[in-house]
Design a protein around this ligand. Structure first.
Ligand code: EPZ
Length: 422
């Protein structure tokens, strides 16, 4: 197992390019299960979660060639409809094969994802919506066994809660369904928008893209002549590096960013006193005169993303005053708090709200990563802590951040990947 040794405090400078979005690439890869042609995808992030999903698609019978960020994939020879436990247990997003496999083949078996480090994360809303589209679903021996022998039927789905992968799954299921599916309370996340845009560009008709009501005109079961596309930039990676610049009071530039996807993140950085200079596809962050405390509530897009909560929590350790951070999406997404306390942070947790009293100097020590974004918060804190911080269990980071230490080193960070026990 690897760990990161980070020596701080550091000043960063320079420019790095943001990769394609992991959370867009995952549904876009499963979307290719609906294609009748080979699809070329560019700007695909080189992270472990993408490798895992490609392994799953390969197990189903998909063939592909990959050259760094470019993938050519064909799912025409897919002959298995089972997503097995050994893969789903390592990545919950595997559940994104459920909608496309069921709508294409009329049956599939997908292992039920178990619990998760950030919360229970059930998939009841995906299942209920598919049932409303005529699927018969049994949960047997830890598997979702779904059948729809005569295909799925258009329906009016009203999601009780906004769900990102749930919306993507139902959009993909509805694409090959008979008739029109309306999704009310659909997710507005850019990752869902791109799935709809690729389908529209490929000849399917989806109305209301980017709104909470999507109307999908199903094509009755024909495979789709799918366009080639580039994955949108990763808004969470961009936000994480902006926090790296902020926590080290540095000037850094990010390229390959979409300003319209990071509005809530930019707004909070501005409120905290940081300078932001926006040029097309580029953002430059500069230091704050004094870092002001912040008040954050995580919500669905376009509000502040839960996937940036941990990073801003780390940043607010250096603010002058008390910041409050309320987590509304996941019931257990504060595992980083006790690790940040080990570095010296003064944080109090009351239910789903963290109050961070700053500024507090941090001192390097050993800390443990618990999930993807919690891990990046520890790396950020380490950049400004005094001395050496060892961040263990970084396989979480490798799931979602492309070349993290290379990029941080390019900005001037003192960060080295090492093997445990050597
Ligand atoms: C996506 O997860 C992202 N993952 C998560 O990113 C992100 O944190 C989350 O959306 C929220 O933005 C991917 O896109 C692969 P949800 P998802 O369904 O779709 C509840 C990261 O770090 N819910 O929108 O699984 C659920 O428990 C990851 O990159 C149900 O109750 O999240 C949560 O409280 C972590 N029943 C809320 O809805 C359901 O059937 C929102 O979850 C589905 C969800």
């Amino acid at each position: 197992m690897d760990y990161l040794e980070i020596t701080g405090p550091t000043k960063l400078s320079g420019s790095i390019a943001i990769a394609g979005a992991k959370n867009a690439a995952l549904p876009l890869l499963t979307l290719t299960l609906l294609a009748k042609n080979e699809v070329t995808i560019t700007n695909l992030p080189q992270v472990v979660d993408i490798k895992t999903l490609l392994k799953l698609l390969g197990n189903l019978g998909a063939t592909y060639t990959r050259n760094e960020g470019t993938l050519k994939i064909s799912t025409l020879n897919v002959n298995s409809t089972t997503a097995t436990y050994d893969i789903v247990k390592t990545m919950r997003a595997s559940v994104l094969v459920l909608g496309p496999l069921l709508s294409r083949f009329g049956h599939c078996e997908v292992s039920l994802p178990g619990g998760c480090a950030i919360g229970q994360r059930p998939i009841d809303l995906h299942i209920k919506a598919l049932e409303e589209m005529g699927a018969h679903i049994d949960i047997q021996a830890g598997y979702v066994k779904a059948t729809a022998p005569n295909g799925l039927k258009g329906a009016h789905i009203i999601f009780d809660k906004i769900t990102v992968t749930g919306t993507a799954n139902i959009v993909m299921a509805a694409a090959l369904a008979h008739g029109v599916t309306t999704i009310t309370n659909a997710a507005l996340e850019p990752e869902v928008v791109q799935v709809c845009e690729v389908l529209n560009a490929s000849g399917l008709r989806i109305e209301g893209i980017g709104t909470s009501e999507l109307i999908i005109h199903g094509n009755g079961g024909e495979l789709i002549d799918m366009v080639d596309f580039a994955v949108i930039p990763d808004r969470i990676e961009a936000g994480t590096y902006l926090c790296a610049g902020a926590i080290t009071q540095s000037t850094i530039t990010l390229t390959n960013v979409r300003h319209d996807h990071i509005g809530a993140i930019l707004a909070k950085l501005t409120q905290m006193g940081f300078g932001l200079d926006l040029k097309p596809n580029t953002v430059t962050l500069s230091p704050a005169k004094t870092i002001k405390p912040v008040s954050i509530v995580t919500q669905e897009f376009p509000a502040f993303p839960t996937d940036m909560q941990a990073q801003f929590l780390a940043l607010s350790i250096f603010a002058n005053g008390a910041s409050t951070i309320e987590e509304r999406l996941f019931e257990n997404r504060f595992m980083h708090v006790s690790e940040l306390q080990r570095l010296g942070a003064n944080i109090q947790l009351h239910g789903n709200t963290a109050t961070v009293y700053g500024p507090t100097p941090l001192n390097g020590t050993d800390v443990m990563a618990t999930d993807l974004r919690a891990s990046s918060a520890l790396v950020l804190a380490a950049l400004s802590a005094n001395g050496v911080t060892n961040v263990h269990r970084i396989y979480h980071l490798d799931r979602g951040y492309e070349k993290l230490e290379e990029k941080l080193r390019a900005l001037g960070a003192n960060i080295v990947r090492k093997k445990e026990g050597l």
